[in-house]
Ligand binder design. Structure first.
Ligand code: 1GP
Length: 245
């Protein structure tokens, strides 16, 4: 089954949780163990990527380790065309809509697209919008950050994503953000478009995950949470809350 169909089918039943694993943050074997635990906690898919330090080598080894430990779809969440995983089930073909650098909007894409096509990896198109504080991805992605509370600008990007015919809209506060994307911003995006909305950045509790889902997020992403040991119970609570929303 194509990953896009898996997402559509799953969202038809319940809201989804995805676990983001950064290949630059730990050894591939450890990433495999994290994926195994996340899988047991009920997460719906594994995303692999990071803003800095992702190489072809650590990406390939990480994806292979994850695939050996977990049967869920693995989606590459790229930061550029410098590394492209052949082992992933799909790739987010994402345009960083509020970057000031055309490289992040379409430039890396033009370099990567022929390779993705040749390798036969499923692309899932996505409009990626970074909201304050933006953290590392806001900085390295040269974002003109959407200010917290600036609903008008956010809705503009949301509708742009839909008009471009993209599959998904990603609302990102930045990995490790002290506060996630505000609920009123998620709600404003939800009311303006029909496409599924992904929300990530700064979500570490079930309450925050539940709020993001209740406001209109269809896919809730957590990354940083799994970088420290003993995350399983917390992750299970987050996943259950998202599935119940
Ligand atoms: C980052 O949205 C993801 O791209 C996840 O963020 O690491 O804060 O969970 P966290």
């Amino acid at each position: 089954m194509r990953v896009r169909d898996y997402i559509t089918e799953t969202i038809g039943k319940h809201k989804m949780h995805m676990t983001l694993i950064d290949p630059a943050k730990q050894d591939p074997e450890v990433s495999g163990e994290i994926a195994e635990k996340a899988c047991r906690a009920g997460t719906d898919a594994i995303m692999v990527g990071g803003s800095t330090g992702v190489t072809q080598e650590n990406l390939d080894a990480t994806v292979a380790a994850i695939k050996s430990k977990c049967k869920l779809p693995v989606i590459y969440f790229p930061s550029g065309a410098n590394a492209i995983s052949r082992g992933c089930d799909a790739i987010y073909f994402m345009s960083f809509l509020n970057s000031r650098n055309v490289r992040n909007i379409t430039g890396e894409h033009a370099k990567g697209a022929p390779i993705i096509k040749k390798l036969g990896i499923e692309p899932i198109s996505m409009g990626y919008v970074v909201i304050e504080p933006g953290m590392k991805v806001g900085e390295v992605g040269e974002a003109e950050l959407v200010r917290r509370g600036d609903l008008r600008t956010l809705v503009g990007y949301a509708i742009t994503t839909e008009f471009f015919g993209m599959d998904l809209l990603y609302l990102e506060a930045g990995s490790g953000a002290p506060e996630p994307v505000p609920a009123d911003m998620i709600q404003a995006a939800r009311e303006s478009v029909e496409i599924p909305i992904v929300v990530g950045g700064g979500i570490v509790t079930a309450e925050q995950a539940g709020r993001a889902a209740a406001a209109g997020g269809d896919i809730i992403v957590t990354g940083t949470l799994i970088e420290n040991g003993g995350f399983e119970q917390r992750l299970r609570e987050i996943v259950e809350t998202v599935h119940r929303s």
